[in-house]
Design a protein around this ligand. Structure first.
Ligand code: ZN
Length: 281
């Protein structure tokens, strides 16, 4: 029996998976992936989250599929004000576990332009308020904007926590997010020996504050990349590779580690699932 795992961050609804999603879901389930979360990024795809959730939840051998709709900061120039209403409506009419992914991203020069960045902050703030109204945690996407993100979370007195997905900050930043009730989402990047900062953060914060994710179709673990391919598509099937690496880094038995990560996930998303017992909610 494979150990039971939850993939807390996927874009398994995107076109890249249209040809073989069902087959991959079945393979992931055989690998122990009992649940996965479909994450939002653009309002025009919110309905697709729901369609793919139905498609997967109707299958016998598929991870339980959960939803977290949100407006991603990297696509800020495509968001319009009425998309916030659309988000609110979607949360009203669908069972969702979080609002995501939301946050701030200053990775490119364009994203750093004052008016673009201000709009990101506005959308982040408004989505925190929406999450509060629905009493939901949030899934954060933060790149090179940790201090500002923390400031906004504090300003809104956001107490519900959630997951800082694909955490890319340092130890002090990690501790600050943990203090605000967040877990750190760890993906295939941790399998890269050059990702020293992330590997150090993982060891410094310890298992109490971590959850697993693939971030598929990106962030393919090193072991799952196909030689000669510039970009090997990542899938939920590869989630155990992240667990394997964490078990080495934290020097922990895989089963014990998996149980702890499951508890962390189920606690921060209020899932109330006993280990190994994911169910459609
Ligand atoms: Zn994402």
């Amino acid at each position: 029996m494979p150990v039971a795992l939850i993939d807390t961050h996927t874009h398994f609804d995107v076109e890249d998976f249209d040809q073989d999603r069902i087959e991959l879901a079945s393979l992931a389930s055989q690998q122990g992936v009992q649940a996965l979360i479909l994450i939002g990024y653009l309002a025009k795809y919110f309905d697709r989250l729901h369609v793919v959730q139905d498609q997967l939840n109707q299958q016998q051998n598929s991870p339980v599929t959960l939803l977290a709709p949100g407006l991603h900061p990297f696509y800020i120039q495509q968001h319009e004000d009425h998309h916030l209403l659309q988000l609110d409506d979607f949360l009203q009419s669908n069972q969702c576990v979080a609002v995501g992914e939301i946050g701030l991203d200053t990775f490119t020069a364009e994203m750093k332009q004052p008016e673009v960045y201000q709009r990101q902050k506005d959308f982040f703030s408004q989505q925190l308020e929406i999450a509060k109204q629905h009493d939901l945690p949030v899934l954060l996407h933060i790149r090179r904007a940790h201090a500002d993100s923390l400031a906004i979370l504090k300003q809104h007195q956001f107490k519900r926590g959630g997951i800082a997905h694909a955490f890319g900050g340092g130890i002090e930043e990690a501790k600050a997010f943990i203090k605000l009730g967040f877990k750190l989402g760890i993906n295939g990047l941790v399998t890269d020996p050059n990702a020293r900062r992330l590997r150090t953060v993982v060891q410094a914060v310890g298992v109490e504050h971590l959850v697993l994710e693939t971030d598929c179709p990106d962030m393919t673990p090193i072991c799952c990349r196909v030689a000669g391919e510039a970009h090997t598509r990542n899938t939920p099937v590869n989630l155990p590779a992240v667990l394997d690496e964490l078990s080495i880094l934290l020097n922990m038995d895989k089963q014990i580690l998996a149980e702890k990560l499951w508890q962390n996930t189920s606690q921060c998303l209020a899932l109330d699932w006993k280990y190994g017992h994911a169910r459609i909610c």
